[in-house]
Every structure is written in C-alpha cells, then in structure tokens.
Design a protein around this ligand. Structure first.
Ligand SMILES: Nc1ncnc2c1ncn2[C@@H]1O[C@H](COP(=O)(O)OP(=O)(O)OP(=O)(O)O)[C@@H](O)[C@H]1O
Length: 282
C-alpha cells in the first residue's frame, strides 16, 4: 500500500509525562485523514513529530519514506504545509503582503495568492492588517499560508476551530478541491461533523495510542445496531429491525402517506469514540 506517512511503535515522553505510548498507523497517499482524540491525547505532539519539530523517544516515524526528523530540510519543507496554533504571521503587514512574502520564500508565482485567498474566503479582506483581524480571519490567513505552495502533504491542527459554520463549510470545500488535485491532508479536529463529512479515514487516539482506524462510513455501519428509524407525519419515531419483516409495516404507512423520514439508526463518530474508549472526545 502506498503510505505517505508511516508511524511504528512511537513513544514520546516529556520528563515524567508520557504523551505517546505506542503509536502505530499509516496514512495513504490521497487520504483526508482525521486524527481524533480528547484534549491531551497527543495529537499536536504527533504533528510535531511528523513535521520534524520533535523527535520520538523511541520507535520510528517516516514521511515520504524518510525519517520525520529530516522534514525541516528545505527539500521536504517545500513538500509539506503546516497550520498550527503558533501564528508566524507578520502583524503589521496586510493579509496579502504576508502571503506575497511567503510566495517569495517558497518560490511561488504571486498569482497563487489570489487563488488561496479565494479558498479561505478572504478576498474581500486581503488588504486588512493582520493585527486588525478577528481570530477566525487569522486562522484562515494561516490556512492560506499553509496552502500557498500547493504541498503534497498538509498538516492542519484544528483547521476550523474558531470559524463560524459558513466559513467552515467554505474551507471544507476548498480542502476537498485541494485533495482532489493531489494533496494528502492530515487533520486534527474535535468536530465530529467535520470528521464525518471531510475525512476518508479517521483514527481514534486515546491514552497515547490508536484505538480504532477506519473509514467513517464503515465504522458507523459496524457500530450500528441494524435498526431503521421511521419518522411519521404524526410526530412518532419508530425503530424497526432492518429486515424483510419490517417492510410490510412500512408499506402500510407509506400507502397512507404517513412516512416523513426513514434512516438507518447509526451512531455518530462521537458515540463510537465513547463506546471504544469510555471517554468523551472533548
Ligand atoms: N513541550 C512539552 N513539554 C511537556 N509536556 C508536553 C509538551 N508538549 C505536550 N506535552 C504533554 O503531552 C500530552 C499531549 O499533548 P498534546 O498537545 O500533544 O495533546 P493534544 O491531543 O494536541 O491536545 P489538545 O486537543 O488540547 O490540543 C499532554 O499531557 C501535554 O501536557
């Protein structure tokens, strides 16, 4: 299998604190990989290891087939994009000038600036100084900067954490487009809707190791109870087993135009996380 990220038995300790216990997983090229876990689970530490900002205490992490500690080499830096908490933006410059500066740094044509501004929905605000931006606008500027050089692999730590739903949706659309053009995306999120709608694979991180890894649809099916939820026009919601015997009952309601909704009674990723780890995601 074509893995762009390979992590094998990685441990990371900070003094007495064990942030990662035994982390093993792979990310396929072309994936949108959601890394989910409660606060303190080790998500940021993992991104820092994969981007060469931290080294594992033991075990091995490889990105593009090379040890992740080499990721700060300029050759690899050009192939990855990172968006995390630490801003790294020039407060006195406008959004556009910040991006132009990074364009030069990455040897990119200045036309890229307009393209990424469109993706993050900041075209109208491009001349605003960074010091005058809201938290969400700053977050979108950092995302724009991470996209500028069209990286092969993009790391996003809570990419839509400070955004309103409309902007989050706009960014999801932009990330999907970017992914279709060939960028593999590794993101952390607490937002289960984001994970379900955006990610092709999700991994549940708890107590420093992966507890579950699969495609969200498969997980919801696997953890579902095999029941259908039928919503009727009189407001009742009736649960029926998803088997031929239920068809007659549903047929009768349908004949009387009483059916409003029929859906599989599947758990959310949040429900599955609680079932697997016994802990909430937040
Ligand atoms: N530089 C550091 N020095 C000491 N301890 C650290 C350091 N970085 C992380 N830790 C510890 O490692 C653990 C994992 O932290 P990490 O930031 O990776 O979690 P996270 O899953 O990203 O959490 P959040 O969702 O709150 O951002 C925590 O217990 C944290 O206190």
């Amino acid at each position: 299998m074509d893995h762009i990220i390979e992590v094998n038995h990685v441990q990371k300790t900070f003094g007495k604190e064990q942030a990662l216990r035994d982390l093993t997983f792979g990310v396929k090229k072309g994936d949108i990989f959601g890394f989910l876990g409660p606060s303190g689970a080790g998500k940021t530490t993992t991104i820092e290891i994969l981007t060469g900002q931290q080294v594992p205490t033991s075990g091995e992490a490889r990105v593009f087939g090379v040890p992740s500690k080499d990721m700060h080499h300029p050759h690899y830096l050009k192939r990855i994009g990172v968006m995390s908490d630490s801003s790294g933006l020039y407060e006195r410059l406008s959004i556009r000038d910040n991006l132009l500066l990074f364009c030069e740094l990455y040897d990119q044509p200045s036309t890229q600036v307009e393209e990424v501004l469109e993706i993050v929905n900041l075209t109208a605000e491009k001349n605003k100084r960074v010091s005058k931006l809201s938290k969400g606008m700053k977050q979108r500027t950092m995302l724009a900067r991470a996209l500028l050089h069209q990286p092969d692999l993009l790391f996003l730590d809570e990419p839509t954490g400070a955004l309103d739903p409309a902007n989050a949706q706009h960014i999801h659309h932009g990330l999907r487009t970017l992914n279709q053009r060939g960028t593999t995306i590794f993101l952390t999120t607490h937002d289960m809707n984001e994970a379900e709608t955006l990610c092709s694979t999700v991994a549940f991180l708890d107590k420093g190791s992966i507890q579950l890894l699969d495609c969200p649809k498969k997980l919801r099916k696997q953890f579902g109870d095999g029941h259908l939820m039928v919503g009727l026009t009189d407001g009742r919601e009736i649960m029926l087993p998803n088997e031929p015997a239920s068809a007659e009952e549903i047929y009768q309601w349908m004949k009387n135009s009483e059916v409003e909704t029929i859906e599989m009674n599947t758990p959310t990723l949040g429900d599955i996380f609680v079932e697997v780890t016994g802990r909430n995601l937040v």
